[in-house]
Design a protein around this ligand. Structure first.
Ligand code: CA2
Length: 147
């Protein structure tokens, strides 16, 4: 039986969503985004596992543990996006679709946000659509998995 789990990873500070900078990241909490993912995923027969961590190694461990067990990964690496090569390397060793999500559009913000070290190992990136980004990411995963 093929694996049917979508792993959703959230990087540092995303646990604070809804508390500060709503003009940049919206009013939704991380739990709200995960609920959107779960509702969209169930329509494609996918179960969801979610991990938020402020620690790069914990995210790397979760990506390793997903190998051969999860069908796809949706990841918002937070600020790790811009420099965490260990996450890049771990995702490169994952053999399913990887969709990178950002609530804001980093390309339209400070220059240090313009580089993503995750993008080269992602199937694609969805950025700048706020809360809709997570729903769009699940649609992309479903299409990539042929569901
Ligand atoms: O737009 C995104 O989703 C980001 O991944 C969010 C990261 C940022 O470093 C990336 O450049 C783009 C930051 C998430 C921090 O979220 C906070 C939420 C509330 C209060 C403080 C931070």
């Amino acid at each position: 039986m093929p694996n049917q789990t979508l792993l959703v990873l959230s990087g540092p500070n995303l646990n604070l969503l809804g508390e500060r900078q709503p003009e940049v990241y919206g009013h939704e909490t991380l739990a709200d985004h995960v609920a959107v993912v779960e509702a969209a995923a169930v329509e494609h027969g996918l179960a969801v596992e979610h991990l938020q961590s402020n620690h790069e190694g914990e995210l790397v461990d979760a990506i390793h543990a997903a190998r051969g067990r999860c069908a796809a990964i949706v990841v918002n690496p937070g600020a790790f996006t811009h420099y965490a090569w260990a996450i890049h390397d771990a995702l490169a060793a994952f053999d399913g679709p990887v969709v990178e999500v950002h609530l804001s559009n980093p390309a339209a913000r400070e220059p240090w946000r313009h580089t993503s070290v995750v993008a080269p190992v992602a199937s694609g990136t969805i950025a700048g659509f706020g809360a809709d980004g997570y729903r769009l990411a699940v649609q992309a995963v479903a299409a990539l998995l042929g569901r």
